[in-house]
Design a binder for this molecule. Structure first.
Ligand code: ADP
Length: 631
């Protein structure tokens, strides 16, 4: 087919070369076999919508604009005969330098992310282009050539045209376009002719762009042409809950985020006091924003009286709720705001408080009404909530009811602090916890001896964030949290079982043993003495009085900060058979020394403090040898 008469002649054009990475991207796009090419339309409409939003935002503070009264809208028109598709908006527009800046290089967008992933994993990422939101350039999947003509909103800017075929160069030339905004003319490739069919365009717009908040009309602008609006243009967050039908919440989420997984939860709230707001918030299924997401950053979309004033607002929620996606719209925000001043307004602080409470309540309800779903939520977002406690904001206490723990008595299920308190021993005054590296090995800790024997419940804290959380969680209701690894007597400590007491080594013998331990371990321990709590284990290490507590030591370790690694006290179980046998050995014998060393090393190991565990191997071998020789 001869299309040469279609190729535009651009007068006075100046030629520019695309940046290297843009060339790479274009090359991938032009040659991709990606089937769902329709995503290009979503990208162009989303750009048009951005341009309209930006214009409306500009109007809040600037009256000197071109065509102030023109309707803010998008027009899509197509001609089957010539395979031409045109997308026009009355948005903010582009001048010459903005065109070079924005259409000659890759913006900060999904395109760059796509290129990075595509580059270092040689896979054929052209198959998933649609999931990356590669932006404007995706038009080259369907275009023989593209012409962008624009007149910026600044009355003094000259209209200008940008033209490219997807090869290495693009042209820029002066243009004739009186009205404000941008018109994108696309000459479709033969195999993309479907995009010149109106029914197809309608279908795509409904699927991907239904919630664009400006009308999208079908048909060319101008006198005498019939135009119809295609998109529903619903500000779904302003619609009352009972009027939101079917999958509308999910559809809106999908169009906003491009997340292909359904959200875990949505919260829709329309509130009048103490601040007026519409909120539509989502908890995504995954905490990590997918590489695919078109959301480039954390933060909520902030509208003020239905005008988008911030695409990624981070001041509406505390840091630990940064995984929330969604829209906030308020009638109370002053319209003449700038993104900078809004941040510090008292109203924003009130909004933030209201939204945080709203979400907390919603999470609590979920926990109550659907514990299985809450478990999924907790697995994904538990570390965020713990961070919220750590950040020690005044509201940390409001997060306590949301926390979940594994415990020594219920190691397989999640328990809340309320569950724990409900199961406490009659005289129990503390909420006990143990810190460890992983949920399995922590159960073998000697610190649990006493608690297991008493049937007392202990929270198992085995995530790095836990030590940080403890900085903001000292007390639940009337019960102080207490580390079971601490030295000294517990409140209400019960005597060890009478059988064990009967088995105790005589005091004089025990003192002799302690002397031997001190002689062998020397400077490595602060002290050696009898334990009142051990029953199964032979020894444990505890902090001396006044030392930095183990929680804080962990925090320092994780932060890579230097701290004085205090020497520990070695507590011995005075009824343990190993110590009794040890007594019978010649105090000067190598075997006694080896056993003492090994008891100390094992105690270091369970604390996760041993600097070089493999150094024990030789000694263990020697001990095995000795044991075998005895037989
Ligand atoms: P992104 O939209 O992710 O920034 P794109 O490649 O889609 O990346 O677009 C690049 C830039 O070109 C946009 O950021 C915007 O500045 C500009 N642009 C694209 N389309 C339009 C339009 N219709 N009106 C005004 N500017 C536009």
């Amino acid at each position: 087919m001869d299309d040469s008469n279609q190729t535009p002649v651009i007068d006075n054009a100046e030629s520019f070369s695309f940046k290297a990475e843009t060339k790479q991207l274009l090359n991938i796009l032009i040659h991709s076999l990606y089937k769902e090419k329709d995503v290009f339309l979503r990208e162009l409409l989303s750009n048009a919508s951005d341009a309209l939003n930006r214009f409306r935002f500009e109007m809040l503070t600037n009256q000197v604009v071109l065509d102030a009264n023109t309707e803010l809208c998008i027009r899509v028109s197509a001609d089957k005969e010539t395979r031409m598709l045109t997308i026009q908006d009355t948005g903010i527009g582009l001048n010459r330098s903005e065109m070079i800046e924005n259409l000659g290089t890759i913006a900060q967008s999904g395109a760059r992310k796509f290129l990075e992933v595509a580059k270092d994993q040689k896979g054929d990422f052209s198959q998933v282009i649609g999931q990356f939101g590669v932006g404007f350039y995706s038009v080259f999947m369907v275009a023989e050539w593209v012409k962008v003509t624009s007149h910026s909103f600044r009355p003094d800017d000259e209209p200008v045209t940008w033209y490219a075929t997807g090869e290495d160069n693009y042209q820029i030339a002066p243009a004739v376009k009186a009205e404000r905004g941008t018109i994108i003319e696309i000459k479709l490739k033969e195999d993309a002719a479907e995009f010149a069919e109106e029914y197809r365009l309608r279908e795509i717009i409904r699927k991907h762009s239904d919630y664009i908040s400006f009308p999208i009309y079908m048909g060319p602008a101008g006198m005498g042409t019939e135009t119809t609006q295609i998109n529903k243009q619903i500000a779904i967050w302003r619609t009352s809950k009972q009027d939101v039908m079917g999958d509308a919440y999910k559809d809106f989420y999908r169009q906003m985020t491009l997340d292909f997984e359904e959200p875990l939860l949505h919260v829709h709230s329309i509130t009048d006091a103490p601040v007026q707001f519409y909120a539509l918030l989502y908890v995504p299924k995954k905490a990590e924003r997918a590489v695919f997401s078109i959301r480039k950053d954390d933060g909520l979309k902030l509208y003020c009286r239905n005008i988008l004033i911030d695409e990624y607002n981070k001041d509406l929620l505390p840091e630990h709720l940064r995984f929330i996606q969604g829209v906030i719209d308020s009638e109370d925000l002053p319209l003449n705001v700038s993104r900078e001043t809004i941040q510090s307004s008292a109203l924003m602080a009130r909004l933030k408080k209201a939204l945080t409470n709203l979400l907390n309540k919603e999470f609590e309800n979920l926990a109550k009404n659907d514990p299985d779903k809450y478990a999924i939520f907790w697995k994904e977002y538990g570390p965020f909530l713990k961070q919220g406690v750590a950040a020690n904001q005044p509201d940390a206490e409001k997060i306590y009811p949301l926390l979940r723990f594994k415990t020594n008595l219920h190691p397989e299920t999640w328990s809340s602090l309320e569950d724990y308190v409900g199961r406490m021993q009659p005289e129990q005054k503390n909420v006990y916890f143990i810190l460890g590296e992983d949920p399995k090995s922590v159960l073998r800790s000697p610190h649990l001896d006493y608690f297991q024997a008493q049937g007392t419940e202990v929270l198992l804290l085995t995530e790095p964030i836990d030590s940080f959380m403890l900085m903001g969680l000292h007390k639940y209701k009337d019960f102080e949290l207490q580390n079971v690894a601490q030295a000294g007597k517990l409140d209400n400590e019960k005597p060890r079982d009478p059988e064990a007491e009967k088995e105790k080594i005589a005091e004089a013998d025990f003192d002799g043993l302690v002397k031997r331990f001190k002689a062998v371990l020397g400077e490595r321990v602060a002290d050696v003495h009898a334990s009142t709590r051990l029953s199964q284990s032979v020894a444990r290490l505890v902090e001396p009085e006044g030392a930095l507590n183990p929680e804080m030591q962990r925090v320092y370790r994780y932060l890579g900060r230097e701290y004085e690694d205090s020497k520990k006290i070695l507590e011995l179980n005075p009824s343990h058979p190993i110590l009794k046998s040890l007594l019978k050995l010649d105090p000067e014998s190598d075997l006694q020394k080896m056993v003492i060393e090994q008891i100390f090393d094992s105690a270091m190991l369970v604390e996760g403090l041993h600097p070089d565990p493999s150094s024990m191997v030789q000694r263990v071998q020697d001990l095995i040898q000795l044991a075998l020789e005895k037989n």
